[in-house]
Design a protein around this ligand. Structure first.
Ligand code: TXA
Ligand code: MG
Length: 324
């Protein structure tokens, strides 16, 4: 059985009310959603993704009113950010409330919340009587999906419905920021650049260098976004030169921002934004990784992107994909 794909928000709501999983479009990536207040439904998310139970889920709501009804409240700094960036690709980690099941927070005292910015999913969230728990709609550890077809290809037979909202406009997961300590701490680089956040609330603590495989904090899984083929990240022209000593050019794929790499066939090069636009590059990154993965090759070589704006999130994903 393969999943139904369509644009029927009413049908998506019906399935969610019945405790089924529905893939939902957001501006970042597609989510694998369940009624967050129905533990039996949320369990299915972990099963379908093969996700470790210690890794909590993001709670998605339509607006601040829905948050308040769940007994959740954003601290002052988060409210300032929300005024600018919500709905949008920003997730707030805040103290949880007794109304939120342990399975959503993985038994921690904190919950991650986000208002996604996609008209269909906002409409869906407005219709529902409950919030949606939704991780990215990919098998745990793989690249996140940025189109309905990506979801169908990997999880199609395991979801009740795929709500097709087109290609994701941001293409990278949300930025996650924690308000549990005195100073806000960035937990994951994502769709809202660090610079934009600091412009609103001043300096924030940064994620620890060197992710651990045995995370003290959720969200810190090192090996992630992994492609089937090995991926090297660095100065692409140099990595290519070295690789060509042992691997044929036709067995290498490159991913760069704006420049082509001499010696590699054009069909094996993903130039993500010829104009050097990091937003365009972010939007195209995961699709390129998936296409590269489907090719008969031995190695993906990715150029290090500029460490600014969305370049930080791109480098973060590529770095994690490069860990074997
Ligand atoms: O853009 C996104 O955030 C997408 C869309 C679907 O909203 N969702 C997403 O979910 O990327 P997921 O599960 O793939 O990544 C969420 C991250 C995980 O690394 C998880 O550990 C972290 O958020 N997280 C969730 N709840 C948390 C909590 N209470 N404390 C700290 N980290 C948390
Ligand atoms: Mg994910």
């Amino acid at each position: 059985m393969s999943a139904q794909i369509g644009k029927d928000i009413g049908l998506a709501a019906e399935k969610l009310r019945a405790g089924e999983l529905v893939a939902i479009p957001t501006e970042t990536v597609y989510g694998l959603a369940a009624n967050a207040l129905n533990e039996m439904a949320v369990v299915k998310i972990y099963q379908v993704k093969n996700r470790p139970q210690f890794n909590p889920l993001i709670l998605h709501v339509a607006n601040m009113e829905q948050l308040r009804k769940l007994g959740l409240e954003l601290p002052e700094a988060a409210r300032e950010l929300a005024a600018r960036f919500s709905p949008g690709p920003l997730t707030y980690v805040i103290p949880t409330s007794p109304k939120i099941p342990d399975i959503v927070t993985a038994g921690t005292q904190a919950v991650a919340v986000r208002i996604p910015n996609h008209p269909m999913t906002l409409e869906l969230l407005q219709q529902l009587e409950f919030p949606l728990a939704a991780p990215s709609a990919n098998p745990s550890g793989y690249v996140s999906p940025t189109s309905a077809l990506h979801v169908a290809g990997q999880l199609g037979d395991q979801v009740g419905y795929i709500l097709d909202g087109g290609d994701c406009k941001v293409g990278l997961e949300s930025t996650i920021i924690s308000f549990l300590e005195e100073k806000p701490r960035l937990l994951r680089y994502g769709g809202i650049p660090l610079e934009s956040i600091e412009a609103v609330i001043g300096p924030v603590e940064l994620p620890q260098e060197g992710y651990s495989d045995n995370p003290v904090a959720p969200g810190m899984l090192a090996r992630h976004y992994a492609t089937r083929h090995p991926l090297q990240l660095g100065k692409a022209s140099e990595l290519v030169e070295t690789a060509l000593k042992t691997i044929a050019a036709s067995r290498i794929v490159t991913i760069t921002l704006e420049t082509e790499i001499p010696g590699i066939p054009a069909t094996h090069q993903f130039v993500l934004s010829p104009e050097g636009n990091l937003e365009e590059a972010a939007r195209r990154l995961f699709g390129a990784l998936r296409l590269a993965d489907e090719m008969e090759i031995d190695l993906i070589i990715a150029d290090m992107f500029p460490e600014k704006g969305l370049g930080r999130a791109i480098n973060d994903r590529l770095r994690r994909a490069s860990i074997r």
